[in-house]
Design a protein around this ligand. Structure first.
Ligand SMILES: [Zn+2]
Ligand SMILES: [Zn+2]
Length: 146
């Protein structure tokens, strides 16, 4: 792994809108990647802007309303069952990693958006940011989707 994967920034905390799920990280957060794949588009209502950290560094201070949706075997999106906030992404194929929806982070996050993935599937109404590194399909940097 190289490039922005090594450009770690700072730890953070966040929550869903209703507070049923609250979390913090004990490791630095990854810069933000935008995933425009069709699945992330539908699940988030636009695209998934995700940071993330090693799974072991995520601490859930509240998780009673956390639910997991498994749209494909071994791929999971975490959301709040009460308020519907999209919060996490994880996959059995990347067992040591959890992606965190950047919009759920407390501000200031100190993070920067660095790249857009699956831009070939971006919605037709969306204006892609030409300043971002764009990958029409999966980057393959992590072998994962987000
Ligand atoms: Zn909630
Ligand atoms: Zn995606």
């Amino acid at each position: 792994m190289g490039g922005f994967w090594q450009n770690l920034e700072m730890a953070g905390s966040g929550r869903c809108d209703c507070g049923g799920v609250r979390y913090r990280t004990e490791a630095e957060l990854r810069p933000v990647l935008n995933c425009h794949c069709q699945r992330c588009r539908r699940i988030t209502g636009h695209f998934m802007a995700s940071s993330g950290c090693p799974m072991e560094a995520l601490v859930l201070d509240a998780e009673e309303t956390l639910r997991w949706y498994e749209p494909a075997p071994g791929v999971f999106y975490g959301f709040c069952g009460t308020c519907g906030s999209t919060l996490f992404w994880k996959a059995d194929g990347v067992p040591d990693w959890i992606s965190i929806c950047a919009g759920s982070l407390d501000q200031p996050s100190g993070l920067t958006t660095v790249a857009a993935w699956w831009t070939a599937e971006a919605a037709d109404y969306h204006r892609l940011d030409s300043s971002l590194t764009q990958h029409p399909y999966e980057s393959g940097a992590s072998g994962s989707d987000v």
